[in-house]
Write a protein of this length. Structure first.
Length: 305
């Protein structure tokens, strides 16, 4: 008769031996990677994606408490709810900013200067929340006015993936400009994962911006978009080429994405590449591949691109 307990114990011992060996190999690889990046044996913590998702949700609730906040709110309690939510969320953001600053410094301990800087960045971001709210209001109205299927602005706010992506982008863009690009990118990528819309926080986007449907939209780091611009699904505002330096390393930060001026409509599947300009009032048709500038008032179709 087979001794079930003995068999199980033997299996557990063999499994533990295998796990110990794997742990050892992973430690060796990890240490080699840290050494190659000139990091410490115990590198600083990165900001937490999970916590930042909560931070983005908290700011969204503070900006739109009646629609994205608590469903139990009474009118007389809204200001209290907004203040409480902001206090908690700003504290969480400040801690994550400290993690990024510590990570970037490469030191063992977060210095006093970086602690102070995290406070300054957090306070500066807080002061920009009313401006973010104003921009988002213009985006919501643009979506409502631009989509015949939208029954009201509340539906746009709570249902449209483009609005979620833009909300995260507008917060991330401010943080990017304040000197915490990793946190900014993580917040943008949280929305990317949920919506399929990728907007780099370094992009510059004016008011009344509408992304209809949205899945597959890509907006690159150095893109500049004016006001009252509408994009449909699968539109790419990308780079045409990726120059390298004398060592064959990609050049970072060069201006490589399109400029889209005011009142432009870009239909589904259009791909616009390079540092070119789409003149104001232009219409770019579906599935167009465009790598040259076009003057204001242009109407570009596949046959003309």
């Amino acid at each position: 008769m087979v001794n079930t307990k003995s068999t199980r114990d033997l299996l557990l011992r063999n499994t533990q031996l295998e796990v110990d060996s794997i742990v050892s190999e992973l430690r060796t690889l990890r240490m080699a990677s840290l050494e190659s990046r000139q990091r410490h044996d115990r590198p600083p913590k990165l900001p937490s994606r999970k916590i930042l998702a909560g931070v983005a949700e908290g700011f969204s609730a503070a900006l739109f408490p009646n629609r994205l906040g608590s469903s139990e709110l009474a009118d007389e309690g809204i200001d209290h709810y907004v203040g409480h939510t902001l206090n908690m969320t700003l504290r969480e953001l400040m801690v994550q900013i400290q993690h990024e600053l510590h990570y970037e410094s490469g030191t063992d301990v977060l210095c006093i200067e970086d602690r102070q800087r995290s406070i300054v960045i957090t306070q500066a971001f807080a002061k920009r929340l009313p401006e973010i709210r104003t921009l988002l209001e213009s985006d919501i109205i643009a979506a409502y006015e631009g989509d015949p299927a939208a029954r009201n602005v509340d539906e746009v706010l709570v249902c449209y993936p483009g609005i979620m992506a833009i909300t995260h982008y507008r917060m991330a863009h401010e943080l990017h400009g304040l000197g915490v690009p990793l946190i900014a990118r993580m917040i943008s990528e949280i929305a990317h994962s949920a919506t399929g819309i990728e907007i780099h926080p370094g992009a510059q986007i004016g008011p009344s911006f509408f992304i209809d449907h949205g899945t597959g939209v890509v907006i690159g780091e150095t893109a500049i978009i004016g006001q009252n611009v509408r994009l449909y699904q699968a539109v790419t505002l990308g780079a045409k080429r990726f120059p390298v330096d004398e060592n064959g390393t990609l050049v970072k930060g060069n201006l490589r994405h399109p400029i889209v001026e005011d009142d432009v409509v870009i239909y589904a599947g259009a791909t616009i590449l390079g540092r070119i300009t789409i003149g104001s009032g232009s219409t770019i048709g579906g599935n167009v591949w465009l790598t040259h500038s076009v003057p204001p008032g242009s109407n570009i179709s596949q046959a003309e691109s």
